[in-house]
Design a protein around this ligand. Structure first.
Ligand code: FES
Length: 149
């Protein structure tokens, strides 16, 4: 095999692996949970983010908490094993419920977008999302509903 063919084959293999892993993560269905209502907030087990795959464990980038005590759902993003964000899924433009798509929350009403920390990245909304403080232990995530910013 000459150098040109080696580079061509190697690049093709790398692109295929990247494309397949992107497809797998984008095909992961959105997970809805109710969480456990406790004093002052809701707790979620960190294992809710785990996705069992052939050959190991992967993690969802987000899960959505829907619960009767909440007027709107809360999207929890897993930024890393010890860092999560909890975002109120109410558009700051006119209050439509947002939809999660990968690391972006989109508004079906007029197209506003927010990143996984709740910062507005595309209007017409001009304000960031309300967020809740998150406390992370070894096994659980606590969303403090008393405070929001
Ligand atoms: S209500 Fe979300 S962009 Fe208008």
């Amino acid at each position: 095999m000459n150098r040109r063919n080696f580079i061509k084959n190697t690049c093709t293999a790398c692109l295929s692996v990247t494309a397949i892993s992107s497809l797998v993560s984008s095909c992961t269905p959105t997970k809805y949970i109710s969480g456990s209502v406790v004093k002052d907030g809701i707790t979620v087990n960190k294992d809710e983010f785990k996705i069992k795959q052939k050959g190991g464990t992967a993690y969802s980038s987000f899960i959505i908490v829907r619960n009767d005590i909440l007027q709107y759902p809360i999207c929890i993003y897993r930024l890393n094993d010890n860092e999560y964000s909890a975002l109120w899924m109410k558009c700051t433009h006119q209050g439509a419920e947002l939809q999660a798509s990968g690391d972006v929350l989109q508004c079906p009403a007029h197209g506003s977008e927010f990143n996984n920390k709740g910062i507005v990245t595309n209007g017409p909304a001009s304000a960031d999302l309300r967020t809740f403080p998150v406390a992370v232990t070894k096994e659980e995530i606590f969303i403090d509903l008393r405070k929001q910013s």
